[in-house]
Design a protein around this ligand. Structure first.
Ligand code: UDP
Length: 401
């Protein structure tokens, strides 16, 4: 299996990976998050866990349980960690969070593992189950550089009970984090249905199925229906572009099990689209990997106009398909796009519209940036590098003890 990646990566990386696997053969690993489908964390785990298993390292994945009330609280925590504003956590929220955390301690067996990775704040409290001798790592996928202080104060005690933490970029590490912090950006899997080469017919049929005209330019954003992804800003930018340039806008999205706000945002997006026949709002099942792949491949310009973003896996996915991405100058997007080389970083709706126009008018620069973009992902954001980084963290934590 690992050999299949040799066409994308150099032999040195493969050798290092095999060596690390050899060192960690008997380690049992558990990942815990809050949804099996929808969003970047589930996307990464669905690829990483089976690949680690194939490499011969016992790796399991568990998902916490929660009702709507619980996920409303965790979404509030998510939003407030990304950005202060609005009502902070109240007493009732804390009770809902803790009650569900205790319930999950009974539902998930963590005792038989040597290393437990807990992803994001939803399952964070499970650290109360940690046994002596185990290593627990908090894997944070969120931009927590300027959080609501109340929320952070609540989570901080849990975080500092872990043995280590992982953030996407150094800017996300908070001063209050007293445990070792590792910097590991996420990755995409080039062998996943989401990213493999597709037959032209499939791409064409997919566009036809959605009523999109393959002969006209397509501007695309792929994202869960979430305010922080700013689908409204994308529509505004598109409307500015559309005054002078023919193009269609595709907003492809889905709902995630742990996000109760999705439907409301979806309705608002439909409302803003109105009866514009050139805006396509696609609500897709969460496992529409080949369809998303086809949309990304057929896009002329890909946009990611998030207001806050941990990483934004969709940026790397599009770049892998030789697309220049116009992305917000924030969080992990900034780490992926090299401004003017692999795409453009933007700070406003006007800036987004300007760069979209520029790319629509310049096929040569689209092609050149697309090639650079692909190379950037090949070099820095593939799953093989990601697994190697995880194994290094495990090696480091176990060795230090
Ligand atoms: N995604 C998908 N279908 C959708 C919307 C998103 O499969 O309708 C996938 C997308 O391709 C990417 C992941 O979900 O792999 C989103 O990850 P990202 O880091 O961009 O954002 P998150 O949702 O984690 O905030």
């Amino acid at each position: 299996m690992l050999e299949e990646y040799s066409r994308f990566i150099d032999s040195g990386t493969l050798r290092e990976l095999k060596r690390l696997v050899g060192e960690l053969k008997n380690v049992r690993i558990l990942h815990i998050n809050s949804t099996k489908k929808g969003g970047g964390v589930a996307e990464i785990l669905s690829r990483m866990v089976p690949l680690m298993e194939e490499l011969g390292i016992e790796t399991r994945w568990e998902v916490i349980k929660g009702n709507t009330e619980f996920f409303k609280v965790t979404k509030k925590i998510h939003n407030l960690l990304h950005m202060p504003g609005g009502e902070s956590l109240n007493h009732d929220d804390v009770i809902v969070y803790m009650k569900q955390t205790f319930e999950n301690t009974n539902l998930i067996d963590t005792d038989r593992y040597d290393v437990v990775f807990v992803h994001d704040p939803q399952p964070l409290g499970l650290i109360i189950k940690k046994l002596k001798g185990q290593k627990w790592v908090w894997r944070c996928h969120i931009d927590i550089s300027t959080p609501d202080e109340e929320v952070w104060k609540f989570l901080e005690t849990f975080v500092n009970s872990y043995d280590g933490s992982i953030f996407h970029i150094p800017e996300f590490v908070r001063e209050g984090v007293k445990i070792p912090a590792f910097i590991i950006p996420p990755s995409i899997d080039p062998l996943h249905d989401k990213n493999v080469d597709l037959e032209e017919d499939f791409v064409k049929n997919t566009l036809e199925r959605f009523g999109i005209d393959p002969s006209r330019p397509i501007v695309l954003q792929v994202s869960r229906f979430d305010r922080l992804k700013d689908p409204f800003g994308v529509i505004s930018a598109y409307r500015m572009v559309r005054k002078r340039h023919d193009c269609q806008l595709v907003l492809a999205g889905s709902f995630a099990d742990d996000d109760p706000e999705g439907e409301e945002v979806y309705r608002e997006v439909l409302n803003m689209k109105g009866n514009d026949p050139d805006i396509f709002v696609l609500n897709l099942p969460p496992d529409s990997h080949r369809e998303i792949n086809a949309l990304q491949r057929s896009a002329t310009v890909v946009v990611q106009k998030s207001i806050r973003e941990g990483f934004g896996l969709v940026v790397s996915e599009a770049m892998w398909k030789f697309k220049p991405v116009v992305g917000s100058n924030i969080g992990g997007i900034r780490r992926q796009i090299i401004n003017g080389i692999t795409g453009y970083l933007v700070n406003s709706v006007e800036g987004t519209a300007f760069r979209i126009k520029q790319l629509l008018m310049n096929p040569d620069s689209r092609e050149l940036m697309g090639k650079n973009a692909h190379e950037r992902v090949r070099h820095s954001f593939l799953i093989t590098r990601h697994i190697k980084d995880y194994l290094m963290v495990i090696y480091n934590l176990l060795r230090n003890s």
